[in-house]
Write a protein that binds this ligand. Structure first.
Ligand code: PMP
Length: 375
């Protein structure tokens, strides 16, 4: 049972089926060709975290769903393609149109990647907090980028959400019907992409046996899409959401109290409003995450497992270790953590010792003696 079930999935061929499933993705297979890079979104590996489990006294099978291995580098590639393809199917959009989206960056990259391949114009509206790395990838993909103040509340006229709306109205005033916001906060195909894809894959990769699943929440599309499928196929599985301190997505609401500014460094998770796609009745339990533990855990994922993930992956992994202990997940049982994005987005942020030390997430390191082989 141990080992990477991705290898098994390569042999078994594609067998994804669900009521919403329109697009059967080819398996990642070295014996086939792709019609475009969009085929390399989905069918991500589920990797056993042996060393991290050993470090933390965990006996169950702890697996990471490596969403950072999607073509654009994150879980949000799935919804970028799905929201565009569903809008095309409904005849709402056509190549040459403007796709505008307010995002913390990864949905932007997923959309911009799809727009590049299919020939749409893409405008991404993103708070200043989000990394230069995301900005530069978006720019390289041909997107126009507009930055908004991080401190603006979601309903403030300066927020990324309000700004995207204004840009859409301006473009449609010039050329009616040319600009669209697919809107990950309300678009049903955001959670459905995870119901049909992410969760369907996990259930198949583990032969229908999932005991605990943990995902951090931004729009909540990932956690809710996964939770709906898991509750159908593995009714006893515990579904845990992760929300940073400073955000208000967790339940009960008393968990969301905080003192201070409420600012946190981890990107892509948490909000100051409840997105429509986040239907919290599907989530059994919530943890609140903090920056320091999140980034240190992401660094452990890199150092101990070679998993080159982003900061929110550390938030979710820190919490799944807590949850495995709290819920008594035992030897032979399967726990799955979603790793949403890659270190590529944070090369100048949490990967940098200086950045970590400046923020008090790491102690300055004492310079060690040169190792004997260099002297
Ligand atoms: N982590 C990162 C790095 C993200 O960009 C996102 C998407 N905002 C999430 C987690 C959460 O995903 P979702 O929006 O599906 O809740």
């Amino acid at each position: 049972p141990h080992g990477c079930t991705y290898a098994q999935s390569l042999e078994s061929g594609s067998k994804l089926e669900s009521p919403h499933h329109h697009v059967i993705k080819p398996e990642r297979n070295s014996n086939t060709t792709c019609s475009s890079i969009l085929d390399m979104v989905g069918n991500t590996p589920l990797v056993l975290l042996k060393n991290l489990s050993q470090d933390n006294g965990i006996n169950c099978n702890l697996y990471a769903k490596c969403e950072y291995l999607n073509a654009g580098g994150s879980v949000k590639d799935r919804i970028g393609i799905r929201m565009i393809e569903e809008a095309e199917r409904m005849g709402k959009i056509k190549p040459g149109d403007y796709i505008i989206e307010p995002t913390s960056g990864n949905t932007g990259i997923g959309l911009a990647l799809t727009c590049a391949v299919k020939g749409y114009k893409c405008i991404i509206v993103m708070p200043e907090k989000m990394s230069k790395e995301k900005n530069d990838v978006l720019k390289a993909l041909g997107a126009t980028i507009v930055r908004t103040p991080t401190s603006a509340a979601f309903d403030d006229p300066d927020s990324h959400i309000s700004e995207a709306q204004r840009i859409k109205e301006r473009l449609n005033a010039e050329k009616p019907g040319s600009a669209f916001i697919l809107d990950q906060y309300t678009n049903a195909y955001n959670p459905i992409a995870h119901y049909d894809g992410t969760a369907e894959e996990i259930v198949n990769q583990l032969n229908g046996k999932v005991d605990l699943i943990v995902s951090a929440a931004g729009t909540g599309g990932t956690i809710c899409g996964i939770a709906r499928k898991i509750k159908e196929r593995c009714p006893n599985c515990i579904v845990v959401g992760v929300d940073p301190v400073g955000s208000l997505l967790a339940m009960p609401n008393s968990l969301n109290n905080f003192s201070g500014s409420g600012f946190y460094e981890v990107e892509g998770i948490g909000y100051d409003f409840l997105p429509t796609v986040l239907d919290r009745k599907h989530v059994d339990y919530w943890y609140k995450s903090v920056d320091k533990e999140s980034f240190l855990m992401s660094r452990q994922l890199i150092k101990r497992e070679g998993i080159l993930c982003g900061g929110s992956s550390g938030s979710a992994t820190y919490c799944i270790i807590e949850a495995i202990k709290k819920f008594g997940i035992k030897e032979g049982q399967n726990a799955v953590v979603i790793l949403p994005d890659s270190i590529r987005n944070y090369m100048t942020k949490y990967l940098s010792d200086e950045w970590m030390i400046t923020r008090g997430f790491m102690e300055p390191t004492v310079t060690e003696h040169d190792p004997w082989w260099t002297t």
